[in-house]
Design a protein around this ligand. Structure first.
Ligand SMILES: C[S@@+](CC[C@H](N)C(=O)[O-])C[C@H]1O[C@@H](n2cnc3c(N)ncnc32)[C@H](O)[C@@H]1O
Length: 220
């Protein structure tokens, strides 16, 4: 596919649907200044997540992979007054930047960033009986995706919305050659075959073609 055309179409969508947003722009700027990798979701994808989480009527949201809090701001904005987001991040420095960005966006009261290895944090949450969450966004290390899905299901209820990013990887999942692509392909197969889920992948335009899941827990 023509990469120039992809970028122009993404620009067209952003120009129409993504208004200037000082809090989000400041979050990106602060993340950049702090030297965080620029691997957050795109502005348009943020908008899609925000609309989906609001449509789901979610009050309790779980995110796996915070980075500088760019997606967390979108997710938290979709919440009602008494809603909350728990976001898991392995890197203390990323978590610090995220907390400041979320605070500046006026969402500090709704977002808790927890630092640690997602597997361990999720297992601890299951042990403590936390949840169920109404929506989950998976966006951490790709090799962990299959396990994050299993653990997320244990923190879900029928009706929970499960979103996950980077599921197409420029087409790498068609013939997976590295561990990340293999894990994501396995994750996609789980999504497709697990009887507890009704799911699909929405292809999305980026620097390269990618996709994210929209899945609904149908039964547990
Ligand atoms: C793609 S970035 C998240 C982007 C963020 N969701 C956004 O769009 O603004 C992935 C994040 O997951 C974190 N991460 C990687 N492996 C992890 C793990 N095992 N447990 C928790 N967080 C992890 C990374 O440090 C990084 O900040």
């Amino acid at each position: 596919m023509d990469a120039g055309l992809l970028r122009r179409v993404e620009g067209y969508i952003e120009e129409l649907f993504v208004p200037p947003d000082p809090a989000l722009e400041a979050a990106l700027e602060e993340s950049r200044k702090a030297g965080l990798p620029e691997i957050q979701i795109s502005p348009n994808q943020g908008r899609i997540l925000q609309i989906l989480v609001a449509l789901a009527g979610a009050r309790r949201v779980l995110e796996i992979g915070t980075l500088g809090g760019y997606s967390a701001i979108h997710l938290a904005r979709a919440l009602p007054e008494d809603g909350f987001l728990v976001s898991l991040e392995i890197d203390e420095r990323h978590a610090g930047v995220a907390r400041r960005n979320v605070e500046r966006a006026g969402l500090g009261g709704k977002v808790e960033v927890r630092v640690g290895e997602a597997r361990e944090l999720l297992s601890g949450m299951i042990r403590l009986g936390e949840g169920p969450f109404d929506a989950v966004f998976i966006d951490a290390d790709k090799r962990g995706y299959p396990e994050y899905l299993e653990l997320s299901l244990r923190l879900s209820r029928p009706g929970t919305l499960i979103l996950a990013d980077n599921l197409i990887r420029g087409g790498d999942v068609l013939e997976p050659r590295d561990e990340a692509a293999r894990a994501v392909h396995r994750f996609n197969q789980m999504l497709a075959r697990d009887r507890r889920l009704e799911a699909t992948i929405v292809p999305i335009l980026r620097e390269r073609l990618d996709g994210f899941s929209v899945a609904r827990v149908t039964g547990l």
